[in-house]
Design a protein around this ligand. Structure first.
Ligand code: GLN
Length: 497
């Protein structure tokens, strides 16, 4: 049996029944990383020795915790005690966190095994996993294409069977878009559902950690472990975490779904439009009631998002000054006050990449005296209008369905010289972070080039259960009709990339 092809729920069963050992599973995943990652570049750091040690410990336990022995890859902006954490940036050179993020402590308690830290756009800024200081990650379905970003390493690792589970973070689409480009499942939880303690901040009022998995059941399993109130994160919310697995049932009767017409308007790639609308037809046939809805403020989402995230990032990234940790540039001046200023300047100039510097400049400008009202404050007001679009839609609908990205994965290098084109990739995902609602991306077809295309299901705050129910049903039906839909090249778990 090729153990690396297993889903998490399949592997758990086999480990619990004693049919396979955690050590065998970890070794199988390691063999895939060794075989493929030279080309894909999903990992920045590999933690094979500690993973094998932990697997042996778990094999020796008579009572196995819920994720016992399951290898998981962690995006490199989530702090892991004793393991290099780079955020994809030169500025964090040599940074080894002295503590675990809350999600990591929860995973360790559940018996999951960290297999490595995954590549990402620098400081989670980008849409293609090309802004990393560690070189781009490549899409396992075709190495000439990007895997999406910013959790591109986490998505590619799952798609290439280089891990069983992974964690990513999503500020404007960074879990959902790479999940869509790599043909897997990615979920951005409600803001406040998962603790951000130990997540290196990009834009604090947007960031959430979430799962990237081979199927919907695995996403539910992982969400159950990582969710919940955390006193260490003042924005996490005290609401019970339901048993998400109980909502994995095939039943869409009485469910009302809105299809926002602005998400299918000018600019969308025709293949994406047709694949997503085919899935919407299927959902209607299964029993949900789907109808068009208007979200009139969608067109302002990109400028609003980029002003706000750049503002928050410019403030969050002020802490990287070369003093306490990470990279520090050499300076020569004799005068100490000149030396200090030069050190800050040179450290930041040499340590940050172009996209990060662009955001720091944009954000500093938007927050500066005289421009604050015209940019930052106005963008906050637009954020409220966009939220009102969602509040209104959710008075009538249980869920909304949209594409994840206006186009399928593009070629490496295709958009790197044009930041605006790169920003436009986020048009359908940033509204979700602007409003804080949860959304899941699941694969629903393939492009002519054989690259996966995903759709996005969006629900009310803290209604992840509904996301799981719809996504699970759709996944099951798509599986059954995949032969006609996309030539049997679909995303079976036994696939060999
Ligand atoms: N592409 C978006 C950005 O660059 C998304 C980032 C993210 O979700 N981390 O801001």
């Amino acid at each position: 049996m090729k153990l690396y092809t297993l889903t998490c729920h399949q592997a758990i069963e086999l480990i619990k029944k004693g049919e396979i050992k955690a050590e065998e599973l970890v070794l199988s995943v390691i063999s895939m990383i060794e075989e493929k990652d030279g080309k894909i570049n999903a990992y920045i750091t590999r933690t094979f020795d500690s993973a094998l040690e932990e697997a042996k410990r778990i094999d020796g336990l008579s009572e196995k915790p819920s994720l016992a022995g399951i290898p998981i890859a962690i995006k490199d902006n989530i702090c892991t005690k004793g393991i290099l954490t780079t955020c994809g940036s030169k500025i964090l050179t040599g940074f080894i966190p002295p503590y675990d993020a809350t999600v990591i402590s929860k995973l360790k308690d559940a018996g999951a095994i960290i297999i490595g830290k995954t590549n990402m756009d620098e400081f989670a800024m980008g849409s293609s996993c090309e802004t990393s200081a560690f070189g781009p990650t490549r899409n396992p379905h075709n190495l000439d294409y990007v895997p999406g970003g910013t959790s591109g390493g986490s998505a590619a690792a799952v798609a290439a069977n280089e891990t069983i589970l992974s964690l990513g973070s999503d500020t404007g689409g960074s879990i959902r878009q790479p999940a869509s480009f790599c043909g897997i499942v990615g979920l951005k939880p409600t803001y406040g559902r998962v603790s951000r303690y130990g997540l290196i901040a990009h834009a604090s009022s947007f960031d959430q950690i979430g799962p990237l998995t081979k199927d919907v059941t695995d996403a539910a399993l992982l969400m159950k472990i990582i969710s919940g109130y955390d006193p260490a994160d003042s924005t996490s919310i005290k609401i019970d975490v339901p048993d998400y697995l109980k909502f994995l049932e095939e039943d869409l009767k009485d469910i009302k779904i809105g299809i926002p017409k602005e998400y299918f308007a000018k600019g969308i790639n025709p293949e994406v439009k047709s694949v997503v609308l085919q899935a919407v037809d299927l959902i209607s046939k299964i029993g949900a009631q789907c109808e068009d809805v208007s979200m009139p403020h969608t067109e302002y989402a990109i400028p609003c998002y980029y002003i706000l995230v750049a503002s928050e990032a410019s403030s969050n990234l002020a802490r990287y000054d070369g003093v306490q940790y990470g990279y520090r540039a050499e300076v020569r001046s004799q005068k100490s006050e000149v030396r200090l200023l030069d050190m800050y300047r040179k450290t930041r100039s040499e340590g940050f990449g172009d996209e990060v510097k662009r955001r720091i400049m944009l954000g500093t400008y938007a927050l500066s005296a005289g421009y604050y009202d015209a940019y930052y404050l106005k963008a906050q007001k637009v954020r409220t209008l966009i939220k009102q679009d969602f509040d209104k839609a959710f008075e009538k609908y249980d869920a909304l369905i949209t594409p994840v990205s206006p186009f399928p994965a593009f070629k490496i290098g295709e958009k790197m010289d044009d930041p605006l084109q790169m920003y436009l990739a986020d048009i359908y995902t940033v509204t979700i972070n602007l409003t804080g609602v949860p959304a899941i991306s699941i694969s629903c077809g393939l492009s002519k080039e054989g690259i996966p295309i995903g759709l996005q299901i969006i629900c009310k705050p803290f209604d992840e259960q509904m996301l799981f129910k719809i996504a699970f049903t759709l996944e099951k039906y798509l599986d059954r009709v995949k032969k006609e839909l996309y030539n049997n090249k679909a995303l079976t778990l036994e696939r060999e990339i």
